[in-house]
Design a protein around this ligand. Structure first.
Ligand code: PLP
Length: 369
């Protein structure tokens, strides 16, 4: 069988990872701070990187904790804030690992519909008016995983206002922010907030590489101090080696170069994917992403994405079913990640996907053309 083409993993292909830049950053780190990076360190993270992040977000270093990937940051935040039975708002659809992590903690997870300009704030308002008292709302504002949608500036304002009025924390989960293809960046809710309503997470997984496992949280100093205690008990300290390498990568300018390179590659992949879908699978409905890794596809009502998953796998193409990102439904939707596939693979993969869909739908290739 032909080589499998995977639209399943939200991870970069090796050709968009700056391996030489990482090697140079590692050399520089070992040369300049061998003691600091080979010691245990403390749970706040590698201090110079913590300071770099604090400066980027215009906050005090005490408001930052640097972790082994942002997934670990999320887990610490949930450990600190979410108890079994607590109500938590998430977007529908949302990142499957967050959903699982919250459900494993016994949270009462409430999904609010996601529109192409972000969470349906009016629907959230109705949920709140009906008596919901969430502790937290988990929001992925830029190029959302799995939908690829971006929260508008107006909705950012309205969400903050709702959070203040109803006293819940906004967890702004923002690993894709740097990967914008077009238009101007929107302000983070963290930067728009004046009173400790927002806890912000981001990561170097999408701008440096995921294997480095460096992510972080920014929030009110007291909450960060509480999380640092949890982190100490969990792992003493995160990987100082990884964080010292990322620190040198940032200081040398390699980060900005890598972001530019990754952005251009992803833009080309997203363009190729959208054009191929329009040509090969005109039944697919989608909103072209303005950045990031993902494209969400809705197929006509009644389409059986479970069966499509099997039929596509037989043809050597993989994706993630929409149902993995919701509590119920999502049966005629799917997520395509274009981060790990070249434009040539995208062309081939979409052809195979369309063949599988048309075969299941009983449509011949001539009908579909
Ligand atoms: C929305 C979101 N949050 C968090 C993560 C976890 O990222 P990290 O590699 O930093 O743990 C991901 C990874 O795909 C993600 O999409």
């Amino acid at each position: 069988m032909a080589k499998t083409i995977s639209f399943a993993r939200g991870a970069p292909s090796l050709d968009i990872v700056d391996v030489d830049g990482l090697r140079a950053a590692a050399d520089k780190a070992f040369e300049s701070d061998p003691g600091g990076m080979t010691a245990y360190g403390t749970a706040i993270g590698y201090p110079p990187l913590r300071e770099w992040i604090a400066e980027r977000h215009q906050v005090a270093p005490e408001q930052v904790v640097v972790t082994n990937g942002s997934m670990q940051a999320d887990a610490f935040l949930f450990d600190a804030l979410v108890e079994s039975g607590d109500s938590v708002i998430v977007e529908r659809p949302t990142y499957d690992r967050t959903l699982l992590s919250l459900r494993n903690r016994g949270a009462d997870v409430r999904m609010v519909e996601l529109d192409p300009d972000g969470i349906d704030v009016s629907a959230l308002e109705r949920v709140l008016a009906a008596g919901a008292r969430p502790k937290l709302a988990h929001i992925i504002p830029n190029f959302q995983n799995p939908a690829g949608y971006t929260l508008s500036a107006e909705k950012r304002e309205r969400l903050l206002e709702l959070a203040r009025r109803h006293e819940f924390t906004i967890f702004e989960d923002d690993p894709y922010v740097a990967l914008r293809f077009e238009g101007s960046p929107l302000p983070t809710m963290l930067s728009m907030d004046s009173g400790g309503t927002v806890v912000y997470a981001s990561s170097f997984s999408k701008t440096v590489c995921p294997g480095i496992r460096v992510g972080y949280l920014v929030g009110p100093a007291e909450l960060i101090a509480k999380i640092v205690k949890i982190a100490t008990q969990t792992y003493i300290s995160p990987s100082m080696v990884s964080q010292a390498i990322v620190n040198q990568f940032c200081l040398s300018g390699a980060l900005e170069r890598s972001i530019e390179f990754v952005r251009n590659a992803l833009r080309e992949r997203a363009d190729t994917l959208c054009a191929a879908l329009e040509r090969e699978l005109p039944e697919a409905r989608f909103v072209k992403p303005l950045g990031g890794y993902f494209l969400w596809v809705d197929l006509p009502r009644g389409a059986d994405v479970g069966a499509l998953f099997e039929a596509a796998a037989e043809r050597g193409v993989q994706f993630v079913k929409g149902s993995d990102f919701v509590l119920d439904g999502g049966d005629s939707s799917l997520r395509l990640a274009y981060s790990g596939v070249t434009p040539e693979e995208i062309e081939k993969g979409v052809k195979r996907l369309a063949e599988a869909y048309h075969q299941l739908a009983g449509v011949t290739d001539e009908d579909a053309a």
